[in-house]
Design a binder for this molecule. Structure first.
Ligand code: ADP
Ligand code: ADP
Length: 228
């Protein structure tokens, strides 16, 4: 799904304090692109991800996803858009502790319209032998791969990842990035990754650098490398 962000501003008001988290963002993302949003803490990365994914509202401006203006949707329409079309991965894996790998992925499948096979997805993220394990029996990287499988089983059109490797060591982080890159290649899922880990930029089609609520620079990655 393509995304078009026009003149988007987001201001948080806390008592007397106003924070201009986004100061006028213009951005287009093509269907099937893998985009990495980089920038220091507080530069507006999470806010941008939250407004594009309809988790939060904009203060000004419009966001279109496949030519549908989601910034005019009401809460009910937004919820169904998120549920049917979008997948989310966070730094904390947010798995249900009393469910196995298979069951956690089943939760993701539950409300969606076009589910893929849970076993196929578990194979794809390399968790075939872990399917009956509980989260506490697995490493951080394995748990993050469960959360990816849970997000992907409903075949989302866009996958949003907020610091997906934030809790992982370098090698495990690389394995998780490889899984994301394979999904992008094989399913054509549009992927947006927010991070302050500059190592992630190597797997991106484009890198968007944020600073103080604005886009500082957009870099097209001609030397995109395959994660190993
Ligand atoms: P990043 O993801 O790059 O670290 P954020 O988008 O989280 O940046 O934050 C951008 C700015 O907006 C920061 O100054 C942050 O403190 C502020 N901010 C984010 N969320 C809220 C909120 N819910 N209420 C008030 N201020 C917020
Ligand atoms: P991250 O940027 O890694 O997602 P944060 O700690 O910045 O994590 O934000 C966690 C949550 O707290 C987010 O939902 C964000 O909107 C909110 N938040 C961030 N900064 C503020 C703030 N200054 N005031 C209130 N809420 C905030």
């Amino acid at each position: 799904m393509s995304i078009k962000v026009e003149q988007v501003k987001k201001t948080y008001v806390t008592g007397e304090v106003k924070t201009h988290a986004l100061r006028g963002i213009d951005l287009k993302i093509k269907e099937g692109e893998l985009v990495v949003i980089l920038g220091p803490s507080g530069s507006g990365k999470s806010t941008l991800l939250n407004v594009i994914s309809g988790l939060d509202t904009v203060t000004e401006g419009t966001i279109r996803v496949n030519n549908q203006e989601i910034t005019s949707y009401n809460e009910k329409k937004l919820t169904s858009f998120r549920r049917n079309k979008l997948g989310f991965i966070f730094q904390s894996y947010n798995l249900l502790p009393n469910l196995t790998t298979y069951e956690n992925v089943e939760v993701g499948e539950y409300l969606s319209k076009s589910p893929l096979s849970i076993n196929d997805i578990l194979n794809q993220v390399g968790l075939k032998s872990e399917k009956n394990k509980f989260p506490y029996q697995m490493s951080g990287g394995q748990q993050q791969r469960v959360s990816i499988a849970r997000a992907v089983v409903k075949n989302p059109s866009i996958l949003f990842c907020d610091e997906p490797t934030g809790s992982l060591d370098e090698d495990t982080g690389k394995q998780v990035l490889k899984v994301l890159q394979d999904l992008n290649n094989e399913l054509g899922t549009t992927i947006i990754i927010v991070t302050h880990n500059i190592a992630i930029k190597d797997i991106a089609d484009r890198v968007i650098k944020m600073r103080s609520g604005e886009i500082d620079e957009i870099i097209t990655n001609d030397q995109k490398i395959d994660a190993k």
